[in-house]
Each structure stands twice: as structure tokens, then as C-alpha cells.
Write a new protein. Sequence first.
Length: 134
Amino acid sequence: MALTKLEQLIRDRIVAENWSLPKTPGRIALENFTPYPKNPILTKFFTEIGRADILGSGVRNVAESLEKTDRVDDVILDLMKEDNVISIPNIAQKIERGITATKDRIFNLKAKGIIERIGANKGGHWKVITTARS
């Protein structure tokens, strides 16, 4: 199945839109991240009645999720190193993900030059070129 141009552009990143101007431009780093509410009065109200998370927790949750994502890629690479003819359905089962999600991860690993498929889908094998964290 061919990907559209838009899917090819955004397949390897998370896109988030915020219709207000950022307080500080550039990338967010947890070490120097300081959350600030756009509307402090509403933020305080919803926090006090228990209807809002702690300010800035979303950024921390996304960062933790991305770390877990990296670990899943590491497991895929380990599986391919142990058995270079392992099938995508077997990988999906071992990492407890769906086949489509597993194919997407493998697609991204190929696009980053971390793995390569040598030969056909049936009868071919995986070649791990480098590790995901290099």
C-alpha cells in the first residue's frame, strides 16, 4: 500500500498544534521545562475541583511514552539479531503489539537505516545495521 506524501512526511514524528504563541520557542527539554497556564484562573479552578492534571504532566507523560517506544524498538532489534528470519507476525506477538503497529515500527527502523531486509518477504532475512540508540 503506497503512502501519501503527507503520510511520508509525518510518519516519523509527532505533530501537535497549539494555536497560541509559545512562551519560549524551540524544542522542549524536561530539564529546563517550566509549564505555565494560558488561563491561570481556569487552571486553578479545575485543579482545585480535581478536574485537571498537574500542570505540565502532559509533557512528562509524552516524554515517558517516547522512552518506552525506544525500548520496544530495541526489543525488535534484539529479536532480529537472535533470529534473522523471524516473521513480522512473530515479532508482533512477542512485543505484544498488532501487526500493523509492528509493520510501522519496522518501516521506521528501515527508513532510519537501522535495519535492512535482504531478499524477499518469504525466504529473505533481516540485517541489523546499527542499534536504535546509536
